[in-house]
Design a protein around this ligand. Structure first.
Ligand code: HEC
Ligand code: HEC
Length: 475
């Protein structure tokens, strides 16, 4: 039986659908005037004007923006600007509205994030060609020397992911500051384990004079800010990613980065439209994504599926898959505040405004989160949110990228978050593996031993492990 038809009762399906419908259904209520060709049916104002809006209103506006197919009447297209995250003028022929490589490459977020529901993943045809460069941002080739090609990931549970990352960053900064204080007081250098939520990011040494030795820091940037977004793990927040994505994919420029504060222009991309996405619109777009419920497990499995999935789950631990794909990470607080505290310049920052708060536990789809004995919410993401070297000289599939991204090593990627992995094929960061078996067999580097463990299993056990992964679904 194919995994996406693993049996579940009609009642169960209906309940999930009703709960999730608030955020994942395809329709929205606002209507356009006759003959009007805007996809955006109404804008919010600046961030402060939305601070008091109820979560439902923010999510509804964000959903409208996420499922809109932007038109030139909305400001889609960027004749004079490139896709680069840093506002940059374009050099190639501005009359080409769409460009599959350097973008604009599509009409709306759901052009790609659609499988199996809005906010979901995408197949190989929806891959994105991503590059850091802004001087050479215009490229018309898929050759890997110009861009890194990535498959579309799903966004379910991403509010929880951002909250986990924020708490882990706070922990790591606290450890660093305490070490610095001790070193100063004692006049001796101090070495600490960078451990947060049970995940080790190596060691840090602080000298009595306050110098940091970062040579043993692992899987995170040296500033100890955990950036959980993109498969490389180089973007700090949904907001930062969404401001980038809106410009890159659609030529929809957010005022907070492309407006007059940073560019000195109100129409940086020279498409005749200003204020294409306001601060309030971006806050809403983030609210929608943050409210997407966590993926779940297929319920009501038939006895043969249940037996296989149970066996596979045991093997997942026995083979040490869960050393990187941590079954869950504990989260103290379910209140999502936007904008977040670690945004860089060019994104609205918590320090410059009053954040909106959304209590995720009041939203549908979050009630099922289990809690540990300390009352913390266990987020079942199957990842440690840490970058690992995942290829080596023998097994090189995941070593296909030639360009570094934001100074992260080319052969390192975040441990894939396996929640939802049963609904999101094809797999691997380039979306070029059509089976879960291949995605496992492609693990080299730090994952080589676990991969060899999988290879050594008898065939029925290999299938059981895959069956377990197939039950981790978005529904
Ligand atoms: C052309 C396809 C495409 C479109 C359109 C698109 N995305 Fe994406 N999205 C991707 C790909 C590919 C990735 C994975 C990027 C990576 O790993 O570097 C991604 C990743 C993301 C992530 C990070 C998820 C994670 O867990 O790391 C967010 C957030 C996101 N997209 C939001 C948006 C928003 C908001 C829009 C609309 C403004 C949008 N995307 C439009 C393809 C697309
Ligand atoms: C050393 C850490 C590590 C270990 C151990 C590990 N993985 Fe992974 N896994 C990763 C990383 C990193 C990726 C992302 C690879 C990429 O696409 O660049 C990944 C990706 C995956 C994917 C693809 C996810 C997707 O959405 O495309 C699957 C499936 C997977 N791992 C399953 C397993 C299984 C099963 C095991 C045990 C046999 C295992 N992994 C052991 C780190 C690890």
């Amino acid at each position: 039986m194919p995994h996406n038809t693993a049996p579940r009762s009609l009642f169960h399906t209906l309940c999930r659908y009703l709960l999730a419908g608030l955020v994942t259904g395809l329709s929205h209520t606002a209507t356009a005037a006759p003959g009007d060709e805007n996809a955006i049916t109404g804008h919010f104002g600046d961030h402060l004007s939305v601070v008091d809006k109820p979560a439902e209103a923010l999510i509804a506006q964000g959903k409208m923006l996420f499922i809109a197919r932007f038109t030139s009447a909305d400001g889609a297209g960027r004749p004079a600007a490139t896709q680069a995250a840093v506002p940059t003028k374009r050099r190639i022929d501005p009359s080409r509205a769409f460009f599959r490589t350097s973008g604009p490459d599509s009409n709306g977020c759901i052009s790609c994030h659609m499988q199996p529901l809005p906010g979901g993943a995408g197949d190989f045809a929806l891959n994105v060609f991503t590059t850091d460069g802004f001087v050479d941002a215009d490229f018309d080739s898929m050759d890997p020397q110009f861009s890194n090609e990535r498959g579309t990931t799903h966004l379910f549970g991403s509010g929880l992911v951002e909250l986990l990352a924020r708490e882990m960053t706070v922990d790591l900064h606290r450890l660093r500051d305490q070490a610095a204080q001790t070193a100063r007081k004692t006049g001796k250098s101090v070495t600490i384990d960078l451990l947060t939520k049970g995940v080790s990011f190596g060691r840090l040494t602080v000298s009595a004079g306050g110098f940091l030795d970062i040579s043993q820091v692992a899987g995170i940037d040296p500033d100890l800010v955990l950036r959980p977004f993109s498969q490389k793990g180089v973007f700090v927040s949904l907001r930062e990613f969404s401001v980038n994505a809106s410009n890159h994919h659609h030529g929809m420029q957010a005022v907070e980065r492309f407006g007059s504060r940073w560019t000195g222009e109100t129409d940086h991309d020279a498409d005749g439209r200003t204020a294409e996405l306001s601060e309030g619109d971006m806050t809403a777009m983030v609210a929608f994504q943050a409210a997407l419920p966590a993926p779940t497990r297929t319920a009501d499995l038939s006895p043969d599926w249940q037996a296989a999935a149970d066996r596979g789950e045991q093997l997942f631990d026995q083979l040490d898959c869960s050393s990187c794909h941590r079954r869950s990470l504990p989260l103290n607080n379910l209140v999502f505040s936007e904008p977040g505290p670690f945004n860089g310049a060019g994104n609205l920052r918590a320090s410059e405004t009053t954040p909106v708060t959304i209590d995720l536990k009041k939203l549908p789809g979050f009630a099922a989160l289990k809690r540990d004995e300390e009352g913390r919410y266990l987020v079942p993401l199957f990842s440690d949110l840490k970058r690992h070297t995942i290829s080596d000289g023998d097994i090189g599939h995941y070593r296909n990228e030639l360009l570094g991204q934001r100074f992260a090593d080319r052969d390192q990627f975040l441990s894939g978050r396996l929640w939802g992995v049963g609904s999101t094929g094809p797999w691997g960061h380039r979306g070029d593996l059509t089976t879960l078996r291949e995605a496992i067999q492609a693990h080299g580097g730090e994952g080589h031993a676990a991969r060899n463990g999988f290879q050594a299993l008898p065939p029925p056990d290999q299938k059981a492990l895959i069956a377990f992964l197939q039950t981790l679904v978005i529904q």
